[in-house]
Design a binder for this molecule. Sequence first.
Ligand code: ATP
Length: 303
Amino acid sequence: MPDTVINVEHLTRRFRRTTALDDVSLEVPAGTVMGLVGGNGAGKTTLIKHLLGLLKAKTGSVRVFGLDPVTDPVGVLGRIGYLSEDRDLPQWMRVDELMQFTRAYFPQWDETYAAQLREMFDLDPKQRVKSLSRGQTARLGLLTALAHRPPLLVLDEPSSGLDAVVRRDILAAIIRTVADEGRTVLFSSHLLDEVERVADRIAMLHNGKLVLSDELQTLLDGHTRLTLRFAEPCESQPSLPGALSCDGEGHEWTVICNGHVAELRTAAEKQDATIVEEAKPSLEEVFVARIHGGSRSDTPANS
Ligand code: ATP
């Protein structure tokens, strides 16, 4: 298996006047759990569709296992387990029929594992797909994506519809096991605390642009959350060069920055403020600061 499972270079995709992907370049090394994050309409599903060959790269290139998913769909799709955002499973089939049907496409289908997953997900083999609840449909979609033990698992919003127990315990454990076996996972999610729990690497999309792509730990270590206490209450957001975002009211304001701590310290002192806490932010705080804090780069939010 190549060291790099996914290789996207300068991929741009436009739908009429919407630029869904804007010069995106991304590498996913083998054995990685890559969390693909971004707000609504950021371009996550469009990127995934290119990886599956459902969309053809018009500008730039897409390689999965070194192959072009559009010209070599068998070589690529045979090695991918995919859970779509819409969970579009054939409604007229029963659970056991869908399992048999999917098995026919994948020589590596693991019957014992499939049965274990069905038990674990508490799915009735005789139940029709159309009568399953949203969560049960998501479980069945996951089962069919997993049971052939694909070298690459692509999950579009896997948590959507799943209850907290399945999300936190089962899904997270499955993703970790897949990675521990040297296989690769790419999953998109809005639930950043869950992404933080399982991902090794993060790719953050915003308005079609890849704004961050790094190892999770490096990304978190590179950012700092400072809590500032001002001697006098601030009527409006204080001007703090180096801040990616600044939230609060009155005496107390919280700043997220990447680097620039000394600069912020000086600016705080000048404004008669003391830093009462310095801590590592969560992925969600970094995301909000990066996406909604008004900055896409090292440009300070308030300068
Ligand atoms: P969400 O988290 O809401 O599912 P996303 O990050 O998956 O969003 P995409 O579905 O990739 O985002 O959409 C990116 C942008 O491209 C959006 O503005 C969307 O409206 C647009 N888009 C996607 N597919 C099409 C299409 N087939 N035709 C027109 N516009 C499209």
